[in-house]
Design a protein around this ligand. Structure first.
Ligand code: NDP
Length: 254
């Protein structure tokens, strides 16, 4: 890795929003480490895309819901960076990976609740904790939340609650890490056309029309509406943005 480039670590970079964040970060001259869950072929494509942009990239499998594996993941990242960048440190952590599971308050099982909690909250909390020693002073942490912490629909209670926890966690991170000049912000996307939660925002015409009708800009979001903003938050110009929840929804439910 070039010593001049900054390094971003993105979880869930093989598809959807994470992939677009990576492309934009690479276009801005950053080198990339990212994780995927099981979709190695998509991850390999993202690695190739970054290489074609002239930046370095490596992808590791990681299950955000399996906290016991985090120590060996952090060790892998640290060894990779020591070998390829001359130190085990990186600059920007983007906690993006996630799954969409939905059900009413009445129907949500403890298993579903625990899966969402482990991936979206506990996993983000402890992965960040374990990676903190590797983040350079002056770095950035960006946690991906959801518009569903401001507005709501039926069947999102468990998922949205985890995202609410993430926004609270983000403000605590900003407070505690200020002495290291590390900023922490959350990004709250509206409904975006990805595979998330079964992919209905991408493929279900009725849902797309419904989302468009409650969005000031009159359409569903695309991954390209999100990645550039995340990349911007990782520029020196964005250094004074801290402890914020930034909603990227095109004005959904206003
Ligand atoms: P996608 O389903 O398109 O991609 C999910 C990504 O997360 C993939 O890289 C996937 O890896 C990875 N992943 C899935 N399960 C796990 C796991 N258990 N451990 C680690 N990684 C995992 O989702 P989006 O890009 O749409 O969503 C990204 C983030 O944005 C999520 O946090 C989501 O909650 C949030 N969000 C999404 C919205 C939307 O409408 N799409 C709206 C608001 C927020 P693999 O490819 O290997 O399966």
């Amino acid at each position: 890795m070039s010593t001049k480039s900054k390094i971003a670590l993105v979880t869930g970079g093989s598809r959807g929003l994470g992939r677009d964040m990576i492309v934009n970060l690479a276009k801005n001259g950053n080198n990339i480490i990212f994780t995927y869950h099981s979709n190695k072929s998509e991850a390999d494509k993202v690695v190739s895309e970054v290489l074609s942009l002239g930046q370095k990239a490596v992808a590791y499998p990681l299950d955000l819901g399996n906290i016991k594996t985090f120590d060996s993941f952090v060790q892998q990242v640290s060894e990779y960076l020591s070998e390829h960048a001359g130190s085990p440190n990186f600059d920007y952590l983007i906690n993006n990976a996630g799954v969409g599971l939905y059900g009413s308050v009445t129907d949500t099982t403890e298993d579903v609740f625990d899966t969402l909690m482990n991936i979206h909250f506990k996993g983000v909390y402890f992965l960040t904790q374990k990676l903190l020693p590797l983040i350079n002073d002056g770095g950035r942490i960006i946690n991906i939340s959801s518009g569903l912490t401001r507005f709501t629909f039926p069947n999102v209670s468990a998922y949205a609650s985890m995202k609410g926890a993430i926004e609270t966690y983000t403000r605590s991170l900003a407070k505690e890490l200020g002495s290291r000049q590390i900023t922490a912000n959350s990004i709250a996307p509206g409904a975006i056309a990805t595979d998330f939660g079964g992919g209905s925002t991408k493929s279900d015409k009725n849902k797309r029309n419904a989302v468009a009708s409650i969005t000031a800009l009159g359409r569903v979001g695309e991954p390209e509406d999100i990645g550039g903003v995340v990349a911007f938050l990782c520029t020196s110009e964005a250094g004074w943005v801290n402890a914020q929840r930034i909603e990227l929804s095109g004005g959904m439910m206003v």
